[in-house]
Design a protein around this ligand. Sequence first.
Ligand SMILES: Nc1nc2c(ncn2[C@@H]2O[C@H](COP(=O)(O)OP(=O)(O)O)[C@@H](O)[C@H]2O)c(=O)[nH]1
Ligand SMILES: Nc1ncnc2c1ncn2[C@@H]1O[C@H](COP(=O)(O)OP(=O)(O)O)[C@@H](O)[C@H]1O
Length: 221
Amino acid sequence: MSSTAPTPDSTADRIRRRGLMLVLSSPSGAGKTTISRRLLEQNPDVAMSVSVTTRQKRPGEVHGRDYFFIDPTEFNLMVNRGQLLEYAKVFDNYYGTPREAVEQSLRGGHDVLFDIDWQGTQQLRETARTDLVSVFILPPSAHELERRLTTRAQDSAEEIARRMAKANDEMSHWSEYDYVIVNHDIDDSVVAVQGILDTERLKRERQVGLSEFVRGLQAGF
Ligand SMILES: Nc1nc2c(ncn2[C@@H]2O[C@H](COP(=O)(O)OP(=O)(O)O)[C@@H](O)[C@H]2O)c(=O)[nH]1
Ligand SMILES: Nc1ncnc2c1ncn2[C@@H]1O[C@H](COP(=O)(O)OP(=O)(O)O)[C@@H](O)[C@H]1O
């Protein structure tokens, strides 16, 4: 095949599609960040929504990749200017989704991945229900959740205890989500989320170029 010939999945061949918003939520330590990173590696066309937060940067975290670390004054300014699509207070810190980057990705037909809590998911559900696909990640057990938080080794013992204490509260929202995955094996969980993404992309109402495609198809008969 010559290098200019369209490949089966070239952009020119694809039916125009509306981007979707894929939300992953879970109690802290259940595996959202790990699953998100793997999904982004496998799907270079998916954009990660990088949140702003007032919490302290952890060792290894990068400003602009993991979060935009800002102070409470800046956060308030963004809220007042309507620059956040949603925001919430979690573990005494504020977290929010910058609006502009998300809207730009969706306009460009890109899917956007979110690692946000149940409060943020509720807000997105109210404002963007048809674009939203929500997945809740559960840990296999309380013991395993604590083990993961401890082996991640990024929070103090006190912070881990606080996250464990909040886990029940976060988990009580599992039934508000479209899909629920118990994260036993990381590879299986990534395959499961990838399956959700692939299937949701095929939803008729998201393939906004379908009518045009079928008209062209029919004209050939
Ligand atoms: N509503 C909302 N929640 C967020 C946002 N960014 C992160 N979170 C949530 O805030 C919680 C704490 O995140 P983080 O401090 O990174 O801790 P981790 O979940 O233990 O890695 C998690 O439940 C995240 O999903 C956001 O922009 N909006
Ligand atoms: N299925 C899994 N089995 C074992 N360890 C896991 C699994 N998924 C994630 N982890 C580990 O658990 C810790 C917490 O995962 P992370 O993705 O940071 O969670 P979250 O973003 O939900 O807080 C990390 O050290 C990660 O490597």
